[in-house]
Design a protein around this ligand. Structure first.
Ligand code: SF4
Length: 344
């Protein structure tokens, strides 16, 4: 089996109680079948507490519903996990163990990615001055078998993805925006889309994070002003902003291209990536213009001094914007699917 992952996979450590936006709040926790069996057999008072929170949805899936404050019922006042403290890390649900890692196996290849919805991942990702590096490891495990034809198709997709990543990261000239435009021109079926059409698509998303309304409403209300401010925003931006943009493009290319293996549709993945990058750009301009709430994130919780400024848009703004977008969009299969599709 061959595993491929960004270098942040090796350096990431969860900062637990020091996290500015813990992943143990805002999302219900799905309980996988193995963990369900284990919790059903857990004895004593804590076992009873586990089972008292387990709830079945209409599809028969079991989950922990959030408290009225929107937190996991096992997240304590110190923002630490009671299941971890009582039963150990190996007793966590699979989703809690894996997050913020994502696994996409296809045959004897597995893509592992790190979600920017975790701000500690974002801090490591954006503060690294080097382009995103992808590392590989191999072991003797077999993946789920796929046919020779499927293997060839997967390898074609990976080759095309890697070529696009190299183009984005190694092209000697032009801004990240210009290189991405050149890359999109390879997909002539991808029809242009106005920002107004993009917002129509964004309006249809299922609400995952309550803070999303504080983003959508001002962006919709001020779209013309935001568009007008874009040239000045880019003109005065610290050169770091171009580097952050290039990294984001790499992030989306790496994470989504391999979905073409199951969908067979490059245009839909590239449409999703283009829409994501464009909406994140609108968020950045709106944040710099003071239209979006400021984050209290100061980036220093794990020793990182904030030092990159572009006008009033900082590296910590970039980390925060990417995490808000990722939480609202990437953590809902339905939202990702909606943004893949052509919407008139
Ligand atoms: S969001 Fe990241 S750093 Fe924060 S608690 Fe979750 S995994 Fe840890």
């Amino acid at each position: 089996m061959k595993y491929e992952y960004p270098s942040v996979y090796e350096t990431f450590r969860c900062i637990g109680g020091a996290c500015p936006d813990t992943c143990c709040a805002g999302w219900e926790v799905d309980i996988d079948p193995d963990t369900y069996d284990y919790y059903m057999e857990t004895e004593g008072e804590f076992g009873r507490r586990l089972r008292s929170h387990m709830t079945e949805d209409e599809d028969g899936d079991i989950f922990f519903p959030l408290t009225p404050e929107g937190r996991c019922p096992f997240l304590n006042r110190q923002d630490l996990c009671d299941i971890f403290s009582e039963l150990g890390e190996e007793s966590l649900c699979r989703v809690c163990t894996e997050y913020p890692r994502y696994y996409l196996p296809v045959g004897d290849y597995e893509q592992i990615d790190m979600s920017l919805s975790c701000m500690e991942v974002g801090r490591l990702f954006f503060s690294d001055p080097e382009p995103v590096r992808y590392l590989t490891q191999e072991d003797i495990m077999d993946g789920d078998p796929i046919s020779a034809e499927e293997t060839a198709r997967r390898d074609d997709i990976l080759e095309r993805r890697n070529e696009m990543l190299s183009f984005m990261q190694e092209a000697a000239s032009g801004t990240a925006d210009e290189r991405f435009e050149a890359l999109l021109s390879r997909f002539p079926e991808l029809s242009p889309e106005s920002d107004e059409e993009l917002l129509t698509a964004m309006d249809q998303l299922e609400l995952i994070d309550e803070r999303w309304n504080d983003i959508m409403i001002p962006i919709r209300a001020n779209l013309t002003a935001i568009q007008r401010q874009e040239p000045a925003f880019l003109d005065h931006a610290d050169p770091e902003f171009d580097r952050w943009t290039g990294k984001l493009i790499s992030y989306f290319l790496f994470r989504y291209c391999l979905n073409v293996f199951s969908s067979g549709n490059w245009e839909n993945e590239m449409r999703f990536i283009r829409r994501s990058l464009r909406f994140i750009r609108l968020m950045c301009i709106a944040r710099a213009a003071g239209l979006l709430p400021r984050s209290s994130y100061d980036g220093r919780l794990s020793g990182q001094e904030e030092k990159n400024h572009c006008n009033s848009f900082t590296q910590n703004d970039m980390i925060d914007i990417a995490h808000l977008y990722s939480k609202q969009v990437e953590h809902s299969d339905g939202n990702v699917e909606l943004l893949r599709k052509f919407i008139k």
